[in-house]
Design a binder for this molecule. Structure first.
Ligand code: GAL
Length: 447
């Protein structure tokens, strides 16, 4: 199995897009990755194997993409699919609830009852292990090679996709988890420069906003049952630093015994004290909307929040700003991917879907709306806005650390305990019992 908790050195990260500098990484994205020196008799690239084309029939795609940006991106990929496969009826099986907290429960019931959708959303990395261990996915290594996807995705991502020597899903994107979104007008009016490189500088700004009493200093959700754990993983990164943050997910409670774990919980509790008190009634999209509407100054959320901004016709760096979540300049990554169900009712239609997921056309239709960067290294950069171009550069140049709240370093069993612990903490603020619960949860990351 691959090392999901892997951290890249800066040099390794720079190589992701086959380049040595962030700007060069952008250039590399605009063009195919660097070619090796030409041999006298250039080897022909493997021809994609003939694949039966669907003629009509159905295709059921299961996801939790219902919010603005998410739904727009998914629909854009459906459009590409239907252009290529006219006559197929797509069943869009979505279950609302960010991070899939609701969707995954519905999916488990269907899988247990032998009624899988053809293809479902799964995070690349350790989360995939949950489905592989249960024998619910078909291996896709051969499909991947036939389609040439292994030639157009960064080695880092390919390594994360491999479990027991096989690739099981096709990634459509890379999201960044550790982003702070802010309302520039609100901060300007409060006399705050939008620059919080450390947790201390963040709290100084929150103090000022609280004293002025005009807006909610930081919006935090909870209705989707992952917003607290999402905020917490950025605080963990700031508190532990890149190397030790990664060790938190090693399937033991060793790092949770470290005093910094308690410190991170205290920091989260302190952060809650500057937030809306109705956290459990607001979803992540509500929290971001408060920022966009100037009711709150900022929120910490993954860059699907950017997708929400795009869906509302707003402009990044004008109507809303962003910075890495305070305390770390690393890139906390996660990747949405799609697998092929074992026993898929419509395997021909499903393979054609996976082909769109991995294609340049599919990814360039999806990601500019979703607020994520492509999993491929050859996007049409003219389709990506300034935030996304910066994210592509950061992915190629910053230390990469895995998101726990979104399955890059965690199994489904672990995630559900992690989310649940932090949601309970968001309402009872009991640090001692949250820490105990996190220690107990650690071993769930082995299954
Ligand atoms: C994540 C997922 C993102 C986004 C987010 C909020 O788990 O990877 O694509 O949908 O949840 O729903």
């Amino acid at each position: 199995m691959s090392d999901f908790n892997q951290k890249l050195t800066r040099r390794q990260a720079l190589k992701l897009f086959g380049m040595g500098a962030a700007s060069a990484a952008l250039a590399a994205c605009a063009a195919p990755t660097a070619q090796p020196a030409q041999p006298a008799q250039p080897a022909q690239p493997a021809q994609p194997a003939e694949q039966p084309k669907p003629s009509g029939g159905k295709l059921e795609i299961f996801s939790w993409w219902t919010n603005g940006g998410e739904a727009d991106g998914l629909n854009a990929m459906f459009e590409v699919y239907l252009q290529k496969n006219p006559g197929v009826e797509i069943i869009n099986a979505t279950v609302a609830g960010g991070a899939g907290t609701n969707a995954k429960a519905v999916l488990q019931t269907r899988l247990a009852g032998g009624q899988p959708p053809d293809s479902w959303q799964v995070h690349a990395g350790r989360e995939t292990l949950s489905y592989v261990n249960a024998g619910q996915l078909e291996p896709l290594t051969q499909f991947f090679t036939e389609k040439g996807f292994d030639k157009v995705m960064p080695q880092f991502l390919l390594d994360q996709l491999k479990i027991n020597g096989e690739i099981w899903t096709v990634p459509v994107n890379i999201h960044r988890s550790n982003v702070l979104w802010y309302n520039p007008k609100v901060l300007a009016e409060a006399g705050i420069e939008p620059k919080f490189p450390t947790l201390d500088s963040l709290f100084a700004a929150l103090d000022k906003l609280k004293a002025q009493g005009k807006v909610i200093p930081i919006a935090v959700g909870g209705k989707d049952k992952f917003e607290a754990s999402h905020t917490f993983e950025s605080i963990l990164l700031a508190t532990f630093g890149v190397d030790d943050y990664i060790k938190l997910w090693d399937g033991t409670d060793a790092m949770w015994q470290d005093p910094r774990a308690a410190e991170a919980l205290s920091t989260l509790k302190r952060l809650f004290s500057y937030s809306n008190s109705d956290r459990s009634a607001q979803g992540w999209a509500d929290a971001m909307t408060m920022v966009l509407e100037g009711k709150a100054a900022m929120t910490i959320m993954g860059d699907w929040a950017h997708g929400l901004g795009i869906s509302k016709g707003l402009k990044v760096n004008q109507d809303y700003g962003w910075m890495p979540a305070p305390g770390s300049d690393a890139f906390m990554w996660l990747s949405d991917s799609f697998g092929l169900a074992k026993g898929a009712p419509n395997p021909v239609q499903a393979r054609a879907w996976l082909e769109v997921c991995g294609s340049r056309e599919g990814q360039d239709a999806f990601n500019p709306k979703k607020g994520s960067i492509p999993a491929r290294t050859d996007p049409d950069l003219s389709k990506y806005d300034d935030y996304l171009k910066a994210a592509i550069a950061d992915f190629g140049s910053k230390p990469l650390v895995p998101s726990a709240a979104h399955g890059a370093s965690t199994t489904n069993a672990y995630q559900s305990k992690f989310h649940n612990t932090l949601e309970v903490f968001s309402s009872d603020l009991d640090e001692k019992s949250a820490l105990e619960s996190l220690k107990e949860a650690a071993e769930a990351n082995n299954r």
